[in-house]
Design a protein around this ligand. Structure first.
Ligand SMILES: Cc1cc2nc3c(=O)[nH]c(=O)nc-3n(C[C@H](O)[C@H](O)[C@H](O)COP(=O)(O)OP(=O)(O)OC[C@H]3O[C@@H](n4cnc5c(N)ncnc54)[C@H](O)[C@@H]3O)c2cc1C
Length: 255
């Protein structure tokens, strides 16, 4: 069995399939901008209920099983109400990515053997592979996200709400410890400059890490042809939903 893509989704899919006793090879073309290499590594305990008919209850199960260590309180401070309040529990850790075979897959082979499967979990690049294979496309879009790593310190996870001068909207910036400094996650392209400015308050500077988040109206995990499952669309919560996605892939393969 072959999994194309060794990001969070490919990693959890491989692990789930191996736990069923299947022999799995993961191939990864080490694309620049892979989302999982830029992710902030945060999972909120209760917030994800994707609009999929197969999702029901999976987040709780997935969290319990895969994110057992590393839950911390998320404290929120505001420019206006500086007393921290606790918002909830956040998993804040690292997920080692699958040690994949470094192969850039051009197109998918036609699988003649029903017992052999290919799982395409290539993030925003799924449609490149499908197009080259003459298969229907998913329509997945790339949404650039940028994280910042810089000096300073926070304990646990700290979310800061703030307003920019002349702006009435409340914005949120989430920070967590990262190496010897701070990592700002949760970023959208239009907020890069704003977050660099905010980062200055915590010691200045900030090295950017960027990734292309796979975006679809809802998660896509589906059979895409004989012997082929396609999985993409995690957008901003791709780590959080990855274990549940892997459960679904296993179900599709076993049906
Ligand atoms: C700045 C930032 C912060 C984020 N923070 C969080 C967070 O805190 N929590 C959270 O839940 N989510 C977060 N996300 C979202 C999350 O990172 C993504 O949704 C998730 O990583 C998507 O995983 P994936 O495996 O589908 O795709 P990717 O991580 O993009 O993996 C796809 C893999 O496929 C490989 N590939 C592509 N084409 C080919 C090919 N032709 N042949 C072989 N291999 C190929 C690539 O090299 C890549 O490794 C964040 C994203 C960004 C950008």
């Amino acid at each position: 069995m072959v999994v194309v893509g060794g990001g969070f989704w490919g990693t959890f899919i491989c692990s789930r399939l191996r736990s069923l006793g299947l022999s799995v090879v993961c191939l990864d073309g080490l694309m620049e901008g892979a989302a999982s290499r830029a992710a902030a590594g945060l999972v909120r305990a209760s917030s994800f209920t994707p609009d999929c008919d197969w999702w029901e209850g999976r987040h709780t199960l997935a969290c319990r099983e895969h994110f057992s260590e590393g839950w911390v309180e998320e404290r929120v401070v505001s420019d206006y109400v500086p007393e921290p309040r606790v918002k909830g529990m956040v998993w804040c850790g690292e997920v080692p990515l699958e040690p994949a075979v470094p192969v850039l897959v051009g197109s998918l082979p036609v699988m003649d053997y029903p017992s052999r499967w290919v799982v395409l979990a290539a993030g925003v690049w799924c449609d490149d592979v499908l197009e080259a294979s003459g298969l229907p496309l998913t329509g997945v879009r790339a949404s650039r996200g940028v994280g910042l790593v810089g000096p300073g310190s926070v304990s646990g996870v700290l979310s800061r709400t703030y307003r920019l001068p002349g702006d009435t909207r409340t914005r949120v910036m989430t920070m967590r410890p990262w190496g010897s400094g701070v990592r700002v996650g949760d970023t959208l392209p239009e907020r890069e400059q704003e977050q660099l400015a905010q980062m200055a308050r915590f010691g200045g500077g900030g090295e950017q890490v960027w990734g292309l988040r796979p975006r679809l109206p809802s998660l896509l995990v589906a059979r895409w042809g004989p012997g082929l499952v396609v999985a993409t669309g995690g957008y901003r919560n791709g780590l959080a939903v990855a274990p549940g996605v892997a459960l679904r892939v296993a179900e599709l393969i076993r049906k």
